[in-house]
Design a protein around this ligand. Structure first.
Ligand code: B16
Ligand code: MG
Length: 222
């Protein structure tokens, strides 16, 4: 029988909803530079790293060839300054419903927990949510060479938790994240994922549906 020993969580869309702050920061940058950028466009940036997100915005505006690598870095830094100002508003009330209880139950069941977020601001967000001490390992996105859907970040977490991939479950809200979990050889739980290619093994419509017994039973008996 399979034995699940580790849970690895994405941050944005799984533990909290930072997507709105990312949207406001990109919107501010777009206004400064005369780009169009809508909430609908923002959906394409979920789970995507900062530089790739900017490239998508430039592509939407047909400006992908107008900026040098140095200018792209400058724009990305400007967006990050806006984002870092905005996230200071985050409080523990912003932990998504059902998450705190799920983490407590998982930890009481001796399941090791980690965070696999593409965000270089993940540490600060977790501090503001007062969640940092719930995790045995928080991946440092700046040390990860290959973004999701590459499995590197989930494999790094499993290694740091001293677990095999087949002993871990990944939790994600983005399609690239689900692919990353599967490529790592782990079980997947999707939270409101907009599926375009790979379906999560367990699909939930929100974090309110997180249930330890259900997830463990579905995987270990499945
Ligand atoms: P930063 P996740 C991702 O977080 C966001 O979904 C994505 O929109 C953002 O561009 C990315 O982090 C990088 O964030 O600019 O703070 O480094 O879903 O992987 O937790
Ligand atoms: Mg996410």
């Amino acid at each position: 029988m399979k034995k699940i020993k580790g849970f690895i969580f994405d941050l944005d869309g799984v533990l909290t909803d930072t997507a709105h702050y990312h949207f406001l920061a990109w919107k501010r940058l777009s206004e400064q530079w005369g780009f169009t950028f809508s909430e609908h466009d923002n959906e394409r940036l979920k789970g995507v790293d900062r530089i790739k997100s900017l490239e998508i915005i430039l592509e939407i505006n047909s400006k992908q060839n107008e900026f040098s690598a140095k200018e792209i870095l400058r724009l990305a830094n400007q967006k990050n300054e806006h984002y870092q100002q905005l996230i200071e508003m985050i409080t523990p009330q912003d932990v998504l419903e059902g998450v705190s209880d799920f983490l407590l139950k998982s930890r009481s069941a001796e399941i090791r927990c980690a965070v696999a977020s593409a965000s270089k601001n993940a540490m600060r967000v977790l501090e503001l949510l007062n969640l940092s001490n719930q995790f045995d390992f928080i991946a440092d996105a700046s040390a990860i060479k290959h973004p999701k859907p590459h499995p590197e970040i989930f494999l790094t977490c499993a290694q740091q938790l001293k677990l095999l991939p087949c002993e871990c479950v990944g939790f994600e809200d983005a399609q690239a994240g689900i692919k990353s979990i599967h490529a790592a050889g782990m079980y997947s739980v999707g939270i409101n994922v907009y599926v375009t290619s790979e379906k999560p093994m367990i699909e939930l419509s929100s974090t309110k549906e997180l249930n330890l017994e259900m997830i463990i039973n579905a995987i270990e008996m499945g």
